[in-house]
Ligand binder design. Structure first.
Ligand code: AMP
Ligand code: TRP
Length: 328
């Protein structure tokens, strides 16, 4: 069975973008692959978080993984920092990544371009830690949204170079980007990614938002004056984004959605989008509440840690021998 691995960095509450671009797909994959999913809490601290809030977000993230349908009997769910080998291999990968490569990462470049102040060293070197996360488990596939593809490609380049230098040490992973929904856009500004770090909340739907406000956000989503429900991201980014959301959640094709709303107004279409999203979220929230009440998160993480640790321990030891830093 091929191995698949992915992580989510829960700085803030998980969004509909995370669900459609990442989480929902993991649920399908757990039956087809040897799946490892982890909460990337070391990646979280590349920016400042209020410790109390961070703790809550981490716990919610695990609960939401489970609520979305991940089954700890079928896949390994763990907390990154519980497997300390990640930080150590992260440093080794950092030493095998060039400055030029890190400088090219668009996520970092965007932050610089926006003039964000107080950027940490961690946020700059974070793609090297991400390489370590992936290579540690010799993952074959790494499912991610569009924004993370470049980091997986950097991981591949680093691994190929490492193998050339030291002999075959790592499996070369491949990114898997979903065909529909790889980039869900903000409802209030459909030229920007729906993101938990968004300043105002209007454009972002959180998985734990109350359904009334979800409906309100969708009903006031930015559209256009073309007055036709059709997939044209260039000229109708708002409508196309809503279509992607519906298509990802219902498996309807864009043509089917266009036919369904032929001759109807955007109000009707938005109402349908809101119904589809609220229906999905209500199921997730019900399961989430059940999980929180039953307090099963620590058991799930303990089980995941035990399994991941065995692989990570062996891999780190192998790599440390390969590069010559072990003396025994
Ligand atoms: P992040 O929230 O940045 O840690 O992302 C976690 C996962 O969700 C990654 O695989 C991202 O690519 C994916 N993701 C985040 N935001 C979106 C979005 N707006 N649309 C689609 N996928 C997303
Ligand atoms: N960097 C990813 C994000 O921000 C999270 C992540 C960390 C990840 N390590 C990973 C994703 C390894 C896939 C594989 O979303």
């Amino acid at each position: 069975m091929k191995r698949m691995l992915s992580g989510i960095k829960p700085t803030g509450q998980l969004t509909l973008g995370n669900y459609i671009g990442a989480l929902r797909n993991f649920v399908k994959y757990q039956d087809e692959y040897d799946l490892y999913v982890f909460i990337a809490n070391l990646h979280c601290i590349t920016v400042y978080n209020d410790p109390k809030e961070l703790r809550k977000n981490l716990k919610d993230c695990v609960a939401l993984y489970l609520a979305c349908g991940l089954d700890p009997e079928k896949c390994c769910i763990f907390l990154q920092s519980d497997v300390m080998e990640h930080a150590q291999l992260g440093f080794i990968m950092c030493c095998n990544t060039y400055l030029g490569e890190l400088n090219r990462m668009t996520q970092f470049k965007d932050k610089l371009a926006k003039g964000e102040q107080g950027l940490s060293g961690g946020i700059y070197t974070y793609p090297a830690l991400m390489s370590a996360d992936i290579l540690m488990y010799d993952a074959d596939y790494v499912p991610v949204g569009e924004d993370q593809k470049q980091h997986v490609e950097l991981c591949r380049d680093t691994a190929i170079r490492f193998n050339n230098r030291y002999g075959k040490s790592f499996n070369i992973p491949e990114p898997v980007v979903p065909k529909v929904g790889a980039k869900i856009m903000s409802l209030s500004d459909p030229t920007k990614k729906m993101s938990k770090s968004e300043q105002t909340n209007k454009g972002c739907i959180y998985l734990l938002d109350d359904l009334k406000s979800v409906r309100k956000k969708i009903m006031s989503a930015k559209t256009d004056d073309v007055a036709k429900v059709q997939f044209d991201p260039e000229n109708q980014p708002g409508i196309s984004n809503l279509m992607s959301i519906v298509s990802a959640l219902t498996n309807q094709s864009f043509e089917e959605i266009t036919d369904m709303f032929n001759g109807k107004g955007y109000g009707d279409f938005k109402k349908y989008v809101a119904d589809v999203v609220c229906d999905e979220l209500s199921k997730i929230q019900e399961r989430y509440n059940h999980i929180i009440e039953n307090d099963i998160i620590e058991d799930v993480l303990a089980k995941g840690k035990a399994k991941a640790q065995i692989i990570a321990h062996k891999k780190l030891d192998q790599i440390q021998r390969t590069i010559g830093i072990e003396i025994r």
